[in-house]
Unconditional design. Structure first.
Lengths: 212, 212
DNA sequence: GTGCGATGTATCGGTCCGATACATCGCGGT
DNA sequence: ACCGCGATGTATCGGACCGATACATCGCAC
């Protein structure tokens, strides 16, 4: 998952670790707290070893100002390679069942702007099915096994069931939107009608590996 | 987290691994998919090494039927020890900040019936604060950084924000209920008024380490 | 009689987290 | 003038947990 997210983010701009973490946190804030350096740096190492990103020490200010004095440990800037872009495309194309769990789905969704419509649809439907299964499981427990469980556990299940139902509805909306061929413009909330064309017509895909 | 959940469950009855997993899945179904044997068995080993549970091969049917023939690898039944119960109580009492993340909170909540009211309140309020912080973070992103992000990422944030607001409301309700001193009886859903006193007056705590 | 899904125990490699360490920079306070 | 302190920045280590896999038994349907 981290690998996927990093490759996705680095396609927007080269970054160093700290920045990467901040962007990741902003982009994925809805689904996970904040990724740890204990995962980030080893993963960067791994990606570099695989040739999907390159690592370059930041230029020390035109090599003139601030000489070797104190030997400033410069920031390390990571850049995605052509192979990295291919890898990212491949990860999207695979998009198997592991993509449908909470984190996996969230991360993939966050990069839907770089995903072709067919795959978007496939992922949304896979996720929906998974949530529907979870929902049925919760209904079973609340129905059949209710008297075996204490009031708090039951309340937890109810809350979970609620969340499932809500997410299914959300996914239905997104799927319908996707089928109608347009971006997830949400009519409920503000900016009704205004401001130019639209924000980010989400790059309707099939683009693999464009020029550097 | 697993350690906590296992100690909690084994206080209801001794169990073998497979059963433990099933019960765990039923009890925690709302918050996590299904715990893996790759975590379960090593954890059981660890708990046994610490002396918090004991491991006993199931009696092979009064030692008479089914002799050593085929050397049936019997099920291994785990039983919690007095030290294990103490450990569980201690884990509840600690209930630090790590208790407020998604999984940690969920697992603790599932065992609220074995938690004293003061700690319940503390956990609920800690969780609320944490969710409020996440909510503020999402609002910030949706407000200030909106134009930097694509439509899909924004939609994800909106959905996350929605979930945060909903959970805060849920927690408020639970906290109010808790302050008023009663179980999380939910008036919205079925069984309004009926059926004896109430289900499971949730063991109002301060009980540490009762007799074996 | 045989295959197949549920029950049941167990390991291995790999991902990710939390704690920790350490260094630099710019800012406000005293 | 100095100091601390929070933000920036890179990095490691032990441990928790997962997913895949392996293997064995049981009962039942075909």
């Amino acid at each position: 998952m981290l690998e996927f997210a990093i490759l996705g983010l680095l396609q927007e701009a080269p970054m160093h670790g700290y920045e990467l973490r901040k962007e990741l946190t902003a982009k994925l804030g809805a689904i996970r707290a904040a990724i740890s350096y204990g995962s980030l740096y080893p993963t960067l190492r791994r990606l570099q070893a695989a040739g999907w990103i390159t690592e370059a020490a930041e230029a020390p200010a035109t090599a003139e100002e601030v000489p070797a004095l104190t030997s400033r440990r410069g920031r390390v800037v990571y850049t995605i390679t052509a192979e990295g872009k291919e890898r990212f495309a491949q990860l999207i194309a695979q998009a198997g069942p592991e993509t449908y769990d909470d984190t996996g789905f969230g991360v993939h969704f966050a990069f839907f702007a770089r995903t072709d419509q067919a795959t978007r649809l496939r992922i949304l439907e896979g996720r929906r099915r998974k949530i529907e299964e979870r929902r049925e499981g919760l209904r079973d427990v609340l129905g059949r096994a209710a008297e075996r469980l204490d009031a708090y556990t039951l309340e937890l299940q109810r809350h979970g069931l609620d969340a499932c139902e809500r997410e299914v509805r959300w996914l239905e909306e997104l799927i319908a939107n996707e089928r109608s061929g347009r971006a997830p413009a949400d009519p409920r909330r503000g900016t009704a009608g205004g401001r130019g064309d639209n924000d980010s017509p989400p790059t309707p895909g099939t683009s693999r590996t464009e020029r550097p």
